[in-house]
Structures are given as structure tokens and as C-alpha cells.
Design a protein around this ligand. Structure first.
Ligand SMILES: NC(=O)c1ccc[n+]([C@@H]2O[C@H](COP(=O)([O-])OP(=O)(O)OC[C@H]3O[C@@H](n4cnc5c(N)ncnc54)[C@H](OP(=O)(O)O)[C@@H]3O)[C@@H](O)[C@H]2O)c1
Length: 218
């Protein structure tokens, strides 16, 4: 399988690249800083240099080239409303168009629980982030692509547990990025999971079983 990752130099993106390469897949992705190229080359991933906000959909499609799947795990990371709109919102819309132009059939989006930390009253920028992520979800669900939306709980850098709770509605909690990456790798390799929104948090089900349990039989 050949997967293109937007956000490949990020924490989830690089863990996912590692997972997929360990399976023998071809992995490439978009990086915006030349100094990130070496680490990706050491992983065995190809990079394409570009900034999502500066590229047109056509230019991004050229960079993506032929791929079986595109994973979007980029994010503005709290850099303010404008950046959130440009990357987590418009960036997803651009990536959807680029996937269409490049003929990439499958699109896996890393989103967020709509109710994430709402009780903490984290302010306008966080509310904006949640709203933009939902708008991106809507754009993907209406894209006509073979899509999967994964909504992880709050991300941690704790070691992966290899067990999770995964389903259409889960209770918001925390999840190690390593478990998110491993779940994404399993989802990419399970074509029967399509046009589904799945929420992911810590739990007791081994990741392969959790993914298999979400295959719809009809
Ligand atoms: N933090 C949480 O608790 C949480 C919870 C649920 C979901 N999420 C979502 O999980 C996803 C991954 O999180 P993470 O922790 O892996 O984030 P991360 O480490 O900050 O990675 C995000 C990546 O996006 C890239 N990016 C940002 N702007 C870009 C642009 N204009 N062009 C190209 N690439 C760009 C960054 O590039 P640089 O390396 O150049 O900065 C970075 O590599 C995000 O979509 C986030 O919204 C996060």
C-alpha cells in the first residue's frame, strides 16, 4: 500500500509513517521545513516539500502523485484562529480536492471529539478549533471519497498500550499518540471500514480486534 501523509513530520504523522513502513508499505508525505527531511529519510519515508497554506490543490495533487490513501493529521496546534482555519479547515478541503485530482481513492482524517474538554472553558480559540474540525468532517463526509474519520481523545506521549476503545461513540478521555498511529495503520489496511466516523480513547481491546469489530457486515 502507498500512503501519503499530510502532517508526516508531526507526532502522530511520524509514528504512523514508522508503523506503515514496518509493514512494508510505501510512505510519503508533505513537510514544510527542509531540516525535517533527514529524519524522514532515516525512517524510510519520502518527503515532498511544501506548505499546505501556500499550495494550490493542483500543486498539492502533483506532490501527492499516485497513492492508495491519503492521511490528514496536520494541525495548527493552537497557533490561533487564522492558522486553525487555514490548516485544520481550509487545508482539509484543499487536501480533499487534491486527492480527487490525484486519483487517490481513500482519505483518512484525524479529527477530534466534538465535546473534547468543553467543560474546561478553554476559550474562543479552542471553541473555534472544535468548530473548524467539525466543518472539515462535514466536507469529507460529503466528498464522495472512500473516507474514514478518526476522532482521538486528548493525545499524550505516553507509551502505547496496544489496547483501545474504538467505536462510533466513546467517552472522551486520553490516548497515547502511539496507539492512535497504530489504529490508523490498521484502519488503512481494513478497506471494509469506509464512510465511518470512529472515536478512539484508551480501553482494553487489542487494536486489531477493535478495528475488526467496527467492520460493518451490512
Ligand atoms: N492535541 C490533542 O490532544 C488532539 C486531540 C485530538 C485530535 N488532535 C489532532 O491530531 C492531529 C495530530 O496531532 P499531533 O500531536 O501529531 O500534531 P503535531 O505534532 O503538531 O503535528 C502536526 C503537523 O502538521 C504540520 N503542519 C502544520 N501546518 C502545516 C502547513 N501549513 N503545511 C504543512 N504541514 C503543516 C506540522 O508541521 P511542522 O512540523 O512544520 O510544524 C506538524 O508536522 C491534529 O490534526 C490535531 O488537531 C489533537
Amino acid at each position: 500500500m502507498n500512503t501519503f501523509i499530510i502532517g508526516i513530520a508531526g507526532k502522530v504523522g511520524s509514528l504512523l509513517a514508522r508503523e506503515l513502513i514496518a509493514r512494508g508499505d510505501d510512505v510519503s508525505g508533505l513537510v514544510r521545513k527542509p531540516e525535517q527531511r533527514r529524519a524522514l529519510a532515516e525512517l524510510g519515508a519520502d518527503d515532498r516539500l511544501g506548505d499546505l497554506t501556500a499550495l494550490s490543490a493542483d500543486e498539492l495533487a502533483e506532490l501527492i502523485g499516485p497513492a492508495d490513501a491519503l492521511v490528514f493529521t496536520a494541525g495548527a496546534g493552537g497557533a490561533g484562529k487564522e492558522a486553525t482555519t487555514a490548516i485544520d479547515g481550509d487545508g482539509v478541503v484543499k487536501a480533499i480536492e487534491a486527492a480527487r485530482l490525484a486519483g487517490v481513492p481513500r482519505f483518512v482524517l484525524v479529527s477530534v471529539f466534538p465535546e473534547a474538554w468543553r467543560e474546561r472553558n478553554l476559550g474562543d480559540d479552542f471553541d473555534h478549533y472544535i468548530a473548524v474540525k467539525k466543518t472539515a468532517d462535514i466536507a469529507l463526509t460529503t466528498s464522495g471519497l472512500d473516507w474514514v474519520i478518526l476522532r482521538p481523545a486528548a493525545l499524550t506521549d505516553a507509551p502505547g498500550q496496544d489496547t483501545v476503545a474504538l467505536g462510533p461513540a466513546e467517552t472522551h478521555g486520553e490516548i497515547p499518540r502511539a496507539d492512535v498511529a497504530r489504529t490508523l495503520a490498521h484502519l488503512l489496511h481494513e478497506p471494509r471500514i469506509s464512510r465511518q466516523i470512529l472515536e478512539l480513547t484508551t480501553g482494553s481491546t487489542p487494536i486489531p480486534d477493535a478495528v475488526r469489530a467496527n467492520v460493518r457486515t451490512r
